[in-house]
Design a protein around this ligand. Structure first.
Ligand code: IFM
Length: 457
């Protein structure tokens, strides 16, 4: 796909709309013990036999810890406004409590300054799943004591970086940490206990709200928010059982997070379903969770289809699938944005992750990933449609800048718009990166012409 196929797409966005790319610390940095870094729960989980599809780990990943300058050059060359990255808590405080690691803090300071020097806005995420391993020994996110430690970590980072970063996200995808980490156990820390999973979700939300309060009290000027992975939920059939399952799963994925954040209460139907597995909530918790946000981040990849007997397979839909087996359904993003806009009083929304894994082939220094380009372009169009219908949107970030460690899938699934040869660490922009670069050139040209029209020059 080239820009001639969607010639005016960029013109549908206001000049202040933020275009970016995203990564996370564990997925790209490597160097798990360098310069005083502590291990995270993912370092340990990768050592569990069978946990990671290709038996790999994050020891090297994209070697971003040493190659960060080259990566920032690459990011700047794309023409993006912003780079969304995460900070590894165990790099700045190896045990999660106790001594701080100045070398770790210095690394992120250099990274942020490197972005600013290249004209790229740093969008910081504090928790993209790599909890300090030492904290897991005392229960990790299931232990309420982790909550104040996260607030301390948030304050420390904000003290060091808050004067230079426009945006700080507390947590990335609490549903994943809760359900995949503690209920199905397919992600770190690999536990299978539903009551614990729900307590984890509550502690994540609580630590988010308390961090916002603390950062604001400290005078932090960055916009503060949280990032949720959301999907529109469909039932496989019209049967009463499938429809009931749809309502419940929507409750667990969407309303379990959106209701406390924006209505200060957990959804009654999900609480009733959980029974004794519902989390313990103390006085004041729900008010803290509902601390007003400056922005909401939404990560969107696909829709969810459910059936009461869990027999639905995405291959049944007839829709094209990504290499993850996820349906390609850009309309779902418009649907989702309209729905949350209608059901909640929201601040500005950023689509903080969107992209696809595809079976790329590096051929003569090129990767012709037309399916990924089309995926991205169609989702940008889906956002434009939501904006046309009044949804307040502030930005869009492609997941991901680089092929990287895709969690339980290891290195087998490639989400990058830049190909990484993991043996040589060579980076090669794929056709999708070149398309995005071309698209962003049009964005910048359009902004310039609007500015010119305003000044009358
Ligand atoms: O790679 C992940 C990312 O870490 C969180 N959101 C979904 C992506 C693709 O699975």
């Amino acid at each position: 796909m080239n820009m001639t196929e969607l010639p005016t797409l960029h013109e549908r966005f206001p000049p202040h709309f933020v275009w970016g790319v995203a990564t996370s610390s564990f997925q790209i940095e490597g160097a798990p013990e360098q310069d005083g870094k502590g291990l995270s729960i993912w370092d340990q989980f990768c050592r569990v036999p069978g946990a990671i599809a290709d038996a790999s780990n994050g020891d090297v990943a994209c070697a971003h810890y040493s190659r960060w300058q080259e990566d920032l050059d690459l990011i700047a060359s794309l023409g993006v406004d912003a780079y969304r990255f995460s900070i590894a808590w165990p790099r700045v405080r190896p045990g999660g409590s106790g001594a701080w690691n100045e070398k770790g803090l210095d690394f992120y300071e250099r990274l942020v300054d490197g972005m600013l020097a290249r004209g790229v806005k740093p969008y910081v995420t504090l928790n993209h799943w790599d909890l300090p391993l030492e904290l897991q020994a005392t229960g990790g996110w299931a232990n309420r004591d982790t909550v104040p430690l996260f607030v301390e970590y948030a304050r420390k980072v904000a003290t060091r970086l808050g004067d230079r970063v426009p945006s700080i996200t507390t947590h990335n995808e609490p549903w994943v940490m809760s359900v995949l980490g503690h209920e199905s156990g397919v992600f770190a820390p690999g536990l299978k206990n539903r009551a614990m999973a729900m307590q984890v979700a509550h502690h994540l939300l609580l630590s988010h709200g308390l961090s916002l309060q603390a950062l604001r009290a400290d005078g932090c000027q960055a916009d503060l928010g949280i990032v949720l992975n959301l999907s529109p939920m469909s039932a496989a059939t019209d049967s009463a059982a499938d429809q009931a399952k749809k309502v419940l799963e929507d409750g667990r994925l969407v309303r379990w997070y959106m209701d406390p954040l924006f209505k200060s209460a957990y959804p009654e139907d999900v609480l009733a379903y959980l029974g004794q597995d519902a989390p313990q909530v103390q006085a004041g918790d729900m008010q803290a969770i509902a601390t007003p946000l400056d922005f909401l981040g939404i990560n969107y990849y696909t829709r969810s289809v459910v059936s009461a007997d869990d027999s639905w397979k995405s291959s049944q839909s007839g829709l094209p699938l990504t290499d993850m087996g996820w349906e390609i359904y850009p309309e779902g993003l418009t649907e989702l944005l309209l729905r949350v806009h209608q059901d909640y009083e929201l601040p500005v929304i950023f689509v903080t992750e969107n992209g696809g894994a595809f079976p790329d082939v590096l051929d003569n220094g090129q990767v012709h990933d037309a399916a990924r380009t089309e995926y991205i372009a169609k989702h940008i169009e889906a956002i434009a449609q939501a904006m046309d219908q009044g949804v307040p949107l502030g930005g869009y970030m492609v997941w991901s800048l680089l092929d990287n460690f895709e969690w339980a899938s290891g290195y087998e699934k490639r989400f990058g718009i830049v190909h990484v040869d993991f043996a040589s660490q060579q980076r090669t922009p794929k056709d999708s990166a070149l398309w995005y670069q071309d698209y962003l050139r049009c964005v910048h040209a359009h902004r310039a012409s609007l500015a010119q029209a305003t000044t009358g020059a």
